[in-house]
Ligand binder design. Structure first.
Ligand code: SAH
Length: 221
C-alpha cells in the first residue's frame, strides 16, 4: 500500500479534488476551512497505487491491517463538528492512514493521535508526507486510555466505532471542550457531539448515522 517515496500530485488529482469538494458541499458540508483543508491534501498519497484513480471518490478504502481510511464526507463532518481553532490541542483515537490527522493539522491543530495496530503505526511512521506536519504527534497505544500525561485536550475525536464513550477520554476533555465520536456496534453508529461546559457539565447530541470499523480494546502487536 502506501508510500515511503514521494508521489506526484498533478492537475488531474487537483481536478478530482475540486470535484470532491463540490460533492461534499452538496452533501451539506459548509465549513470553508474544512473544505480547503481537504482540497489541500492529496488523498491518493494515503492509498495503495491501485486506488489512485478512485482516491477522490467519496468512499472509504482499505488500508493495512484490515482497517480503512474514512470516507471524505465523514472526515469533513467530524472535522466540522470539532470547530477547530488554530493551536487547538486535539486527541484522535484511531490514526489509521493519518488522513484525518492531516486534515486537523491543516486546520491549525496540534494533533495527538493513537493507533492500536503496531503494523499500521510503524507503516505510517515511514510515510513521507507526514514530514509536512510536525504538529502531528503519533502514539502506539490503546485509545480507551487516551493520553493522560498530555491531557487536557481542547477537542477529542474518535474515528472507530465506540461501544460507549470511555470515561478516561471524558476526563481528558477540557472544560469548554468538544468531543466527536461514533457510538454503537457492528450494525451502525450514531455520531455523538459531546460538549463539556465551563463548569464541566456534559451534554450529548446525536448527529446522524455512520459506519466505522470497531474500536477494540488493548494494543495489537
Ligand atoms: N482516522 C483514520 C481512520 C482509521 S479507521 C484515517 O483517517 O485513516 C480506525 C482506526 O482506529 C484503525 O486504524 C484501528 O486500528 C484504530 N483503532 C481501533 N481501536 C482502537 C483503539 N482502542 N485505540 C487506538 N486505535 C484504535
Amino acid at each position: 500500500m502506501l508510500h515511503s517515496k514521494p508521489k506526484e500530485d498533478n492537475y488531474l488529482h487537483k481536478g478530482l479534488r475540486k470535484q470532491l469538494i463540490e460533492t461534499l458541499k452538496e452533501k451539506g458540508i459548509t465549513d470553508n476551512a474544512v473544505l480547503e483543508a481537504i482540497n489541500n491534501i492529496p488523498r491518493h498519497f494515503f492509498l495503495d497505487p491501485a486506488f489512485e484513480r478512485i482516491a477522490y471518490e467519496d468512499r472509504a478504502f482499505p488500508i493495512l491491517a484490515d482497517q480503512t481510511i474514512s470516507q471524505p464526507y465523514t472526515v469533513a463532518f467530524q472535522s466540522q463538528l470539532l470547530q477547530i481553532k488554530k493551536f487547538d490541542k486535539v486527541l484522535e483515537i484511531g490514526t489509521g492512514s493519518a488522513y484525518q490527522a492531516c486534515v486537523l493539522a491543516e486546520l491549525g491543530a496540534t494533533v495527538y493521535t493513537i493507533e492500536r495496530q503496531k503494523e499500521l503505526y510503524d507503516f505510517v511512521g515511514k510515510f513521507f508526507f507526514l514530514k509536512n506536519y510536525p504538529s502531528i504527534k503519533r502514539f502506539y497505544g490503546d485509545g480507551y486510555k487516551g493520553l493522560p500525561s498530555y491531557a487536557p485536550f481542547d477537542k477529542i475525536i474518535i474515528t472507530a466505532a465506540a461501544p460507549y464513550i470511555p470515561d478516561a477520554l471524558l476526563d481528558q476533555l477540557k472544560n469548554g471542550g468538544i468531543m466527536v465520536a461514533p457510538v454503537g456496534g457492528d450494525e451502525g453508529q450514531k455520531m455523538m457531539l459531546i460538549t463539556k461546559d465551563k463548569k464541566g457539565n456534559i451534554t450529548q447530541k446525536e448527529m446522524g448515522d455512520f459506519s466505522f470499523v470497531p474500536m477494540l480494546q488493548g494494543k495489537n502487536k
